[in-house]
Design a protein around this ligand. Structure first.
Ligand code: PLP
Length: 362
């Protein structure tokens, strides 16, 4: 056991900003002198109402969310959104078009297939999801109720270098692994959702940002909790929410604001990712299989080409306080998730370790 915090490269749950953790710890038993922990607080109390209102307002500020969009904090993570999206948005033709860029996109489409006529309009599965297909207006069915994309693909380390033009068809995006790492024009989307456990807060909720005119179309047999209107009309407190996760999310939004907002996060994210990719591309041991223009800023995937050596790398890195560098169990290799809270020092420590490992394993 060590008292030292590791650099944790986990894809999620992942590192949170240390100042936020320390502030939360200082207020854990007695939140700002109110005599109660946020974990114990009634979600109808004035204290929690203020926490929730501030969290929403700070998210609105840092993402420039227009007034005609609702912000909701919903339990069930990203996965429940895979079901809520079709249950609420298959509202006219019952058709939706999905672009398949990885495991999470596939899961989203598979869930939607339970509820409607789902068309896979493009997929990069033929090349192990190493690139993002180019799609545009002509690729979508004109009467589709929505188009779904996964903006950042956590497992394969890809990210859309563009936002698809869907014309009048609402665009729905899973931003679980890239939210708050780049400026997003919210008006280009009908719905943005993200499980929070990467760039935002402890796991347990998803943030949903939804254009108001798309809310209210769930059929009568849709379970109450799965209707966005219930969450929108009740300000995310229809039932007892995950108060603690919402609280920490709010603290992270405030922290990002104080640090200079999403553009400041993005600048640092680009510097960290460029440094790591540049090193990998120049090295003779490591290789990044992802198409250059489609590379993720958040999840950097690399391999040595020898699965046994990859395993040795992950084990030795862990012993050097660089945790969770194994690739997803479905593809192996290595993956360094370098979300907003990973400091540049963590990336430097990883590169130093990679150099040493390369020297020792030539
Ligand atoms: N979407 C993406 C892009 C993800 O990376 C993940 C999880 O890692 C999910 C959805 C699923 O999220 P959850 O575990 O919150 O259900």
């Amino acid at each position: 056991m060590s008292n030292e915090r590791a650099y944790n490269f986990s894809a999620g749950p992942s590192m949170l900003p240390l100042p936020v953790i320390e502030d939360v710890a200082a207020n854990l038993a007695n939140y700002k002198g109110c005599g109660e922990s946020v974990m114990e607080m009634s979600h109808r109390s004035a204290e929690f109402k203020a926490i929730l209102a501030d969290a929403e307002q700070n998210l609105r500020d840092i993402m420039n969310i227009p007034d005609n969009y609702k912000v909701m904090f919903i339990q069930g993570g990203g996965t429940l959104q895979f079901a809520m999206v079709p249950l609420n948005l298959l509202r006219k033709s019952g058709k939706a078009d999905y672009v398949i860029t990885g495991t999470w996109a596939k899961k989203a489409a598979k869930e939607a297939e339970k509820f409607g006529d789902i068309k896979i309009v493009a997929s990069s599965e033929d090349s192990t999801f190493s690139y993002i297909p180019k799609v545009n207006r002509e690729d979508f069915r004109p009467d589709a109720d929505y188009v779904h994309i996964t903006l950042n693909n956590t497992i394969y380390g890809t990210h859309y270098p563009y936002i698809p033009d869907t014309g009048d068809i609402p665009l729905v995006a899973d931003m679980s692994s890239c939210i708050l790492s780049e400026e997003i024009d919210v008006t280009k989307f009908g719905l943005i959702y993200a499980g929070v456990q990467k760039n935002v807060a402890p796991s347990g909720i998803a943030v949903a940002i939804m254009r108001e005119d798309l809310i209210g179309f769930a059929k009568e047999n849709v379970p109450t909790y799965l209707d966005y209107k219930i969450h929108a009309d009740n300000g995310s407190t229809y039932n007892t929410p995950n108060c603690f996760s919402i609280y920490v999310a709010g603290e992270v939004f405030k922290y990002i604001k104080d640090m200079g907002g999403v553009p400041a996060m993005h600048k640092l994210d680009v510097e960290k990712a460029d440094k790591l990719y540049d090193y990998i591309d120049a090295s003779s041991l490591y290789n990044c299989p992802v198409n250059k223009e489609d590379r993720s800023l958040m999840n950097v995937v690399f391999v040595t080409g020898n699965p046994d050596l990859d395993k040795k790398f992950v084990a030795e890195a862990k012993a050097a306080n660089l945790h969770n560098l194994g690739g997803h169990r479905s593809i192996g290799g290595m993956r360094a998730s370098i979300y907003n809270a990973m400091p540049m020092e963590g990336v430097d420590a990883l590169i130093d370790f990679m150099k040493k490992f390369e020297e020792e394993n030539k």
